[in-house]
Write a protein that binds this ligand. Structure first.
Ligand SMILES: Cc1cc2nc3c(=O)[nH]c(=O)nc-3n(C[C@H](O)[C@H](O)[C@H](O)COP(=O)(O)O)c2cc1C
Length: 457
């Protein structure tokens, strides 16, 4: 990866997911950073080749959420930013993921409590030995470039010393946010400090922190030149209007939202992430009639509808559905299951496989707690009442546990029911099994479940 003369989309939590990265590239960014992803999240994720979306997905096995999704269009241009305090864990992540990214960056600038308490982000600048150990371990053992993103320190000589120490690990470049850990975005950046860093090191320096004065591509270059830096990295200005990367000048935000939505639909981005990114674009406009209509929307289709894009979303979602797309919550261990069998004298777990589910009635329903205000409306309560009223034995639940995931089978009358989804805890698994039974018995309606998000249409 060549870090010279590059215009870069900065790492931004929740913003730097695949649709925004692709949008930035399409408008003229040369390199795009992911949002910061914490090491253990990547470590417990599983890599899938998604043939339907033509993406590579790292999926959280516990809830089916996408930890990192990438595709061919960003090959050679996507830098994954890692939040870590451990050389060991960082290396495990690096080895697991290096085939799918252009470079690995370590976050050494985040001032948030969560990061600092975990010894990550800016805490690493105050624990230089650990910071160097992480970088050196990665540089020595990975096949891709390794970089870090730092903030400046309150004392000038400390900043220079720290950056030189980090350079000594063999990193390929360093991004510098020209503010100290206590300075907020409203405070002016310090381009003069970046200038001194540039003179002190030999590796490319990426200048960051100028968004308040960046309204078009030429302003990015101006900030880069004020810092004397090799490249420039933009966060907030791109979050507000990603088309600022365009050499021809930025576009109206309606165009940007339209293009962003198209990518969100094409790459099946989650509605909550899509909504967040659009909120960041709309800012004050959320107070308008259109903004309020947008804030009321929940599904991707409803969000698209606000910009008259609903039919494209419906068409695409149907296409993916017919092609058999995995639901976002459909994280299913593919290995054998173990079930505790009290009848075995050794108390050993009995190995079973998915034959266990033969003859079990399944539906793609999941239990979403916020859908139930009152305990008596919970699926298990409803099912219990149903059995009492119909003189049936009360429902009997059997729970299977694998890889921190749970699935329940409920016996009602002569039939067994189970959701085809794995849930994150035993209670939820029992509720979703009960919900499956209620659906099969016609006590709850399919449309109602689709409407409240418990079922994928
Ligand atoms: C919404 C948001 C999320 C951010 N998330 C990250 C992150 O994950 N990792 C990181 O190193 N910096 C993160 N930052 C900081 C930016 O990358 C950048 O350093 C800072 O905003 C200054 O650059 P700017 O003036 O171009 O906005 C974030 C900033 C914003 C606004």
């Amino acid at each position: 990866m060549d870090y010279r003369n590059k215009i870069i989309l900065a790492p931004m939590v929740r913003v730097g997911t695949l649709p925004m990265r692709l949008l930035a590239l399409s408008y003229g960014a040369d390199i795009v950073y992911t949002e910061e992803i914490i090491d253990w999240k990547l470590l417990k994720s599983e890599r899938f080749v998604n043939d339907i979306l033509q993406t590579i997905d790292y999926v959280d096995k516990t809830d089916g959420s996408i930890v990192f999704r990438t595709c061919n269009s960003e090959i050679g241009k996507v830098v994954l930013q890692l939040g870590t305090a451990s050389a060991d864990r960082a290396l495990q992540v690096g080895k697991k993921i290096q085939q799918d990214i252009a470079a690995l960056d370590i976050n050494m600038g985040c001032p948030k409590d969560f990061s600092i308490k975990g010894g990550m982000g800016v805490a690493l600048l105050y624990d230089l030995e650990r910071a160097k150990c992480i970088l050196k371990t990665l540089v020595d053992n990975l096949d891709i470039p390794v970089t870090c993103k730092v903030r400046i320190l309150p004392e000038f000589h400390e900043t220079i010393n720290t950056v030189k120490e980090l350079e000594s690990t063999g990193i390929a470049a360093i991004a510098v946010h020209a503010r100290t850990k206590l300075e907020r975005p409203r405070h002016p950046p310090h381009p003069e400090v970046i200038r001194e860093i540039v003179s002190a090191v030999k590796i490319p320096v990426i200048a960051n922190g100028g968004s308040s004065d960046i309204h078009k591509r030429a302003d990015m270059l101006k900030f880069r030149d004020a810092c004397g830096a090799t490249s420039v990295m933009i966060a907030r200005a791109a979050q507000w209007n990603c088309s600022i990367f365009r050499p021809e000048g930025p576009l109206p935000i309606e165009n940007v939202i339209h293009e962003y939505l198209r990518l969100s639909v094409d790459y099946d981005n989650s509605p909550s992430n899509t909504k967040y990114c659009i909120q960041m674009i709309l800012r004050d406009l959320q107070e308008t009639k259109l903004g309020r209509q947008f804030l009321d929307s929940q599904t991707l289709e409803q969000i698209c509808e606000v910009w008259n894009f609903g039919s494209y979303c419906r068409k695409k979602q149907l296409e993916y559905h017919n092609a058999g797309i995995r639901g976002r919550r459909q994280a299913c261990p593919r290995v054998q299951l173990y079930i505790k069998d009290d009848s075995l004298p050794t108390k050993k777990a009995k190995t079973i496989d998915s034959m266990l589910f033969d003859g079990v009635i399944e539906h793609n329903v999941s239990f979403i707690r916020v859908n139930y205000n009152d305990d008596k409306d919970l699926p298990k309560s409803k099912l219990y009442i149903y059995t009492v009223k119909n003189n049936l034995k009360i429902p009997k639940y059997e729970v299977i546990h694998k890889d921190k995931l749970f699935k329940a089978i409920v016996l009602v009358g002569d039939n067994k029911y189970s959701s085809s989804f794995w849930e994150k805890n035993k209670k939820y698994a029992e509720q979703s099994a009960a919900l499956t039974c209620l659906l099969q018995l016609g006590i709850v309606k399919r449309e109602e479940l689709i409407q409240n998000g418990s079922m994928i249409s």
